[in-house]
Design a protein around this ligand. Structure first.
Ligand SMILES: Cc1cc2nc3c(=O)[nH]c(=O)nc-3n(C[C@H](O)[C@H](O)[C@H](O)COP(=O)(O)OP(=O)(O)OC[C@H]3O[C@@H](n4cnc5c(N)ncnc54)[C@H](O)[C@@H]3O)c2cc1C
Length: 492
């Protein structure tokens, strides 16, 4: 095992992609499960806090330590098996998402979760239940996790297999590899119907594996994962369409969503069926213009869509062009990807907005002020307009983009100075509260981390959050694992 104690050597482990920083005494880099179990046992005995680190692309400070030690999963980086016949992969948590995606693609398979940033670890994706643009069709990471091996806070371990351990109502019993039974009480909360990555998954008759997915390193260290794969689509359309106003772009997106859902219900495989429905407002397009100078000068919004197709690409494209024409779209100005390289360029168009935003914040030495809110579909327009009004009144510059197919909005404020940052924080709070009030969530995919704990209380109430916290306390009696994530640091 590698142990790094020199502060110069560990700086990499002390900033995440949201520009949240941390501090710790040492970074441990175990190379196998036995080493990991031994070190965790020792740290538990000495009640030393452990923060688990993936590749630190997280946007909530979750992998940032507040003292104690970091355990990095970077050496758990093997793809153990890709089974083409039964369509699954067995991987270690430190495998890069890009590596897994590329490896399964060469075998004609697809691992669908695609959280924009491909430089993250699969373990981090599971710990945050990551999603992204493709979640519109394929669902979040949770839907692809079949089995997990997890090292618990006392150095014991557990093997979770989907379908093998279901709660009785709201009671769950876990049996560890050493034969110990652990009884857990699941709080009876109502999770929003939207995409959601806020706190523990809690549901009547839930599967035990779902408790660990999205638990942000607070319940154990994931060491091995079995993932479901699907066949690689024969072909995919990928296009960016530009609109003369935000309103028209939004209405187009909503119509395309309705068509997609209708075709699902009617099992129509020859109709519009989006994989991805992403929205960019006018400010986002302006922000991207220097990197993408061919954005039409008069465009005030854009929608990026993708759709699976077989050899009927032209027929499918025509359906989208017809719909686009209904909204007055100019086909000449649209971007239609016809080669793999073109498709990658459109993916880059989506990636660039997130990266440039994060870079802006790092350059101005402030923490990310980007929402991760989602609302029920029928509230999207009302929510969009209310949030826009709030932020425009503040005069802080902002961009609004994201996974609007899932009514999921990354409204990012770009404060120029500390004063605007303080104002922006209040606005951020108002927007999260509004999403919660409308039956949505303050975190649809990034998780709670250390930066959003107060909103979990606003969403579920203190009593329920304390019940969630009791789950952690039961599994981690010395309260050492990723302390400060999901729940504010402090006494129960
Ligand atoms: C430009 C950009 C765009 C992004 N877009 C999206 C997006 O569209 N959708 C989305 O969902 N996310 C997005 N993200 C966020 C980020 O990529 C995800 O949160 C990612 O899943 C984190 O993986 P990681 O390996 O970097 O984990 P880290 O950031 O290192 O850690 C995240 C959390 O996982 C825990 N963890 C990591 N490994 C383990 C393990 N083995 N066992 C237990 N806990 C563990 C950590 O303790 C921490 O709580 C984006 C990030 C960037 C920088």
């Amino acid at each position: 095992m590698i142990i790094k104690k020199d502060q110069d050597e560990i700086q990499n482990y002390l900033t995440d992609a949201s520009n949240t920083t941390g501090f710790c005494d040492a970074v441990y880099i175990p190379e196998n499960v036995e080493e990991l179990k031994d070190i965790v046992k020792g740290l538990n005995n000495s009640k030393t806090e452990i923060t688990i680190s993936g590749n630190r692309t997280g946007l909530t400070g979750a992998s940032m330590p507040r003292g104690g030690v970091v355990i990095s999963t970077e050496k758990f980086n093997r793809i153990i098996e890709i089974n083409v016949e039964e369509k699954f992969a067995i991987v270690e948590p430190g495998v890069l998402l890009s590596e897994l995606q590329n490896s399964v693609k060469t075998k004609g398979l697809l691992y669908p979760p695609d959280p924009t940033e491909k430089n993250c670890f699969i373990g981090g994706n599971i710990a945050t239940n990551a999603s992204g643009a493709r979640t519109f069709k394929y669902g979040p990471t949770r839907n692809y996790v079949e089995e997990l091996n997890v090292v618990l806070a006392d150095g014991d371990s557990i093997h979770l297999v989907r379908g093998k351990n279901i709660a009785k109502d709201f009671s769950l019993t876990l049996t560890t590899d050493s034969g110990k039974n652990i009884n857990l009480h699941i709080p009876q909360i109502k999770m929003p119907e939207t995409k959601n990555a806020s706190g523990y998954f809690c549901k009547k008759d839930m599967d035990a594996i779902d408790l660990f997915i999205g638990s942000e390193g607070t319940l154990g260290i994931i060491t091995k994962i079995k993932l479901k794969l699907i066949p690689q689509p024969v072909n995919e359309l990928s296009c960016v369409l530009f609109f003369e106003s935000e309103e028209i772009g939004l209405n187009f997106l909503i119509k395309a969503r309705e068509e997609t859902y209708r075709n699902h219900i009617e099992k129509n495989t020859d109709g519009i069926d989006a994989i991805v429905l992403e929205f960019y407002d006018g400010n986002s397009l302006d922000f991207l213009r220097k990197d993408f100078p061919n954005i039409p000068a008069d465009a005030e919004s854009a929608v990026w869509f993708e759709q699976e197709c077989d050899n009927n690409e032209d027929q499918m494209l025509q359906l989208w062009i017809n719909l686009f024409a209904e909204f007055g779209g100019n086909e000449e100005e649209a971007w239609f990807a016809s080669t793999e390289k073109d498709k990658e360029r459109l993916v880059e168009f989506r990636h660039a907005i997130s990266v440039n935003t994060n870079e802006y914040m790092a350059r101005h030495n402030v923490r990310k002020l980007g929402t991760d809110v989602a609302v029920p579909d029928n509230k999207l327009i009302e929510f969009y307009n209310s949030a826009k009004k709030l932020v425009e009144e503040s005069k802080i510059h902002y961009l609004n983009y994201g996974h609007f197919g899932n009514s999921h909005m990354h409204l990012n404020m770009l404060p120029k100075n500390e004063e605007e940052f303080a104002k922006g924080k209040k606005l951020y709070q108002s927007i999260c509260e509004l999403a919660i009030k409308m039956g949505g969530t303050f975190s649809a995919e990034h998780g709670v981390g250390k930066n959003k704990t107060e909103y979990l209380v606003k969403m579920y109430g203190e009593e329920n959050v304390n019940k969630m916290r009791m789950i952690k306390k039961t599994l981690d009696s010395n309260y050492i694992l990723s302390v400060g994530n999901i729940f504010k640091k402090g006494n129960l």
